[in-house]
Ligand binder design. Structure first.
Ligand code: IDC
Length: 334
């Protein structure tokens, strides 16, 4: 018996020492600490080193946040009280402002005012903010390239030194759009942003609704501080797309999940919380930043709020859908 106790004591002591001496062991244990909630006031301007998003001191960070629905359709959700609650009560450190490009071009000045309000509220509440040029029905980003250039030139001039902003230049290329089309577009739009904001992080969408990460891994862009976009919807996408993420990281591609939903790819249908748990465990393990779709009260599964919720009111539990309750817990607990 004594021998047995001695054997286990020595085993435990050796494991403890090994943990301290061999960095691989201790970094495994502390990886989630490394990625604790970053804030612009503390962590400053972000950049990309290898596959990691890092803060002003080069420390790896992981952003956990939420995406608006199309701003033009849900302008009531762009209000300071709402943003304040997400930041302080939900511990949300990132908000993505989805500007559907097809809507934007119909009324640029009104849409810009709305977007700027969103950026200002995010900054006032110490959140990182993604300015998302949300191409979708306009499936090839080259379709509205000139408007995109004007848009990004304006925003990057207005918010020249703002550490909060992350630029997302094309939400989800789709249809016949190839990686080569996206590169042509990116090679024009990135320099427009870089002129005013030389080192902000820029997110680039990938072919087939931002799922074909490996095409970007085959031929990445020649700029610093770029991350490549993966989007998933938990009830439609599972292991196959998770394997794509893992392979892309193994091939040294920096990845950012700027949109994901707890629903089918339609934004509605069934909410598979078991699949969601697998996806978000993977993102935590790899330290991949994410924004969950969507901050609206539309009658669809991926919406975080019930149709009764009025965004000018303080949020109560009853205002949240089952997806909203789950996502708030996801963001708060980490
Ligand atoms: C969906 C919205 C839905 C809207 C539709 C078309 O949830 O209310 O009618 O767009 O505008 C994406 C897109 C995102 C989609 C979402 C769900 O980036 O715009 O939003 N989705 O379909 N990619 C995969 C899924």
């Amino acid at each position: 018996m004594n021998k047995l106790i001695r054997f286990f004591s020595i085993l435990l002591l050796s494991l403890f020492l090994l943990g301290g001496l061999y960095p691989g062991f201790s970094s495994l244990a502390s990886e989630s600490e490394t990625f604790a909630h970053p804030r612009p006031s503390v962590n400053g301007k972000l950049s990309v080193i290898g596959t990691k998003l890092v803060d002003k001191d080069g420390k790896a960070v992981m952003l956990r946040g939420l995406s608006t629905h199309g701003l033009s359709w849900f302008p009531g959700f762009v209000n300071e009280g709402f943003f304040r609650q997400l930041s302080s009560d939900w511990d949300c450190d990132l908000i993505r402002l989805a500007m559907y490009s097809a809507e934007y071009v119909k009324n640029p000045s009104e849409n810009l005012t709305l977007l700027q309000k969103g950026i200002d509220y995010a900054v006032a509440n110490d959140m990182y903010v993604i300015v998302d040029w949300h191409i979708l029905e306009d499936y090839n980003p080259n379709m509205h390239k000139n408007e995109a250039a004007e848009f990004f030139s304006f925003i990057s001039t207005q918010y020249r030194d703002c550490p909060n902003i992350i630029y997302e230049i094309c939400n989800e290329p789709n249809g016949s759009t190839s990686w080569s089309d996206i590169c042509d577009y990116a090679n024009e739009i990135i320099p427009v942003i870089r002129k005013n904001s030389p080192d902000s992080v820029i997110l680039v969408g990938t072919p087939f609704y931002s799922q074909k990460l490996l095409e970007a891994a085959d031929r990445p862009l020649a700029y610093d501080n770029i991350m490549y976009v993966l989007h998933f919807y938990v009830s439609t996408h599972r292991k196959e797309l998770q394997d794509v993420l893992t392979e892309a990281l193994n091939r040294d591609l920096p990845v950012f999940v700027s949109e994901c939903g707890i629903s089918e790819a339609s934004g509605s249908g069934y909410a598979d919380f078991d699949s969601a748990a697998v996806w978000f465990r993977l993102l935590e393990d790899k330290g991949i930043s994410f924004a969950v779709w969507n901050l609206s009260n539309k009658a669809e599964t991926s919406a975080l709020f019930t149709t009764y919720y009025d965004p000018s009111r303080t949020i109560t539990d009853g205002d949240l859908t089952s997806v909203g309750l789950w996502v708030r817990e996801l963001i708060k607990k980490t």
